[in-house]
Each structure stands twice: as structure tokens, then as C-alpha cells.
Design a binder for this molecule. Structure first.
Ligand SMILES: [Zn+2]
Length: 199
């Protein structure tokens, strides 16, 4: 594709103009692909199981997902499925639960004493209800989201598995933009500005 265009320019404009036009072609058009150390902007719809599955999350053009690829913070199978795409290309792929957030771990489902959830000796029945997500802390003070699975007489059963654990996922969307990271972004290993870190 790229070489074809050079040939056309050469025929039409003669050699002198090639030096001017070549960098423009390289910057705007065909060379950037999603790969390690590119800043990628994309939209996506995440569904359960397949293209017809229930929508879990939708990220559209009004607030697209922007990310520095290859920094190890995304699911490896998610990154490799997008690898090599160009700006404007659509994608659709499945991730098995193993490739995504892993299988549900029985040990992450635990019963906690009811007192832990009491405020002034009372339980907030609206907040501590089946299906509610509660942010708690582990022994090191890290925030940990858990879902209320059951409310018993003396205890609350909480599931600390990732909400998407055990689920096969389907992603579809469009690559909106691909660019090189700035020096700062490269060293910080994340994106700055709109949709990224503001500092
Ligand atoms: Zn930064």
C-alpha cells in the first residue's frame, strides 16, 4: 500500500516533491499499528459470552478508552487480540474466562461476622443486601471490592472474586487513534492528558 503511493507521487510530481510528501505519508497514514509502546484510543462494547450476549460495559466516542499498550496493566489476551490493527479498524474477539479474569475461586468467598458491617450497632439493610458491591480493606490496607452473596443471622457471605471471574467475554469496537507516547508518558508508563493522568 505504502510503496504504491510513493510510486504514484513519483509519477505525478517528479522526484523533487517526494522528500516533502514522504514524511507526511508516514506520519498520517499507514504506518502506525497497535503495538507495544503505542498510545491507542478505542471504543468497545463488552458482552458476556458472545456477540449476542448481555452488555456488561460500553465505552463510546464521548469518553473513549485511551491506553499505553505493552505496559502490563491490561489483560495480555486483550492486547494481543488488538495487536497489528490500524486506526479506523473494527475488531471483535472472544476471551475465555482463563484468558480474562480467571475462574471463580471458592476461597475468595468467605463468611464475615455481622459486626464488621455494623455502624452504631446497626446494619444498613439497603447497603448490605444481596448483589451489592462493598469496598473493604485487606490486612495491608488495600481496597478490595466484594459482593454480598448472602445475609445470614450472624454473618454476611462475601465474594471477593473479580466481578468478571468465571465469565467468557466478547469484545467488539473500533480503533479510533494510534500515536507515539511522549517522553513523559513513556517514562511514567501511562497516558497523560484527556482520558489519562492529569499531572
Ligand atoms: Zn504520569
Amino acid at each position: 500500500m505504502f510503496f504504491k503511493i510513493i510510486t504514484i507521487i513519483r509519477k505525478k510530481l517528479g522526484r523533487q516533491h517526494i522528500l516533502v510528501l514522504l514524511p507526511t505519508c508516514l506520519l498520517i497514514n499507514f504506518s502506525m499499528k497497535v503495538s507495544k509502546n503505542t498510545v491507542v484510543t478505542l471504543t468497545y462494547t463488552l458482552r458476556k459470552d458472545n456477540a449476542e450476549g448481555d452488555v456488561i460495559q460500553k465505552v463510546d466516542e464521548s469518553k473513549p478508552f485511551i491506553h499505553l499498550f505493552g505496559t502490563g496493566t491490561l489483560l495480555p489476551a486483550f492486547e494481543s487480540s488488538l495487536n497489528g490493527l490500524e486506526s479506523g479498524e473494527n475488531f471483535a474477539f472472544n476471551l475465555t474466562a482463563e484468558e480474562a479474569y480467571g475462574n471463580s475461586n471458592e476461597e475468595a468467598i468467605i463468611e464475615l461476622e455481622k459486626e464488621i458491617f455494623e455502624v452504631g450497632g446497626l446494619i444498613d439493610k439497603e447497603m448490605i443486601a444481596v448483589g451489592k458491591i462493598i469496598t473493604m480493606q485487606d490486612q495491608d490496607g488495600n481496597p478490595l471490592d466484594g459482593m454480598v452473596v448472602a445475609v445470614k443471622d450472624n454473618g454476611i457471605i462475601m465474594d471477593f472474586n473479580h466481578p468478571l471471574a468465571g465469565k467468557n467475554l466478547h469484545f467488539s469496537g473500533t480503533v479510533l487513534d494510534i500515536r507515539d507516547p511522549s517522553e513523559n508518558e513513556r517514562s511514567h508508563k501511562h497516558v497523560h492528558g484527556n482520558g489519562g493522568y492529569q499531572h
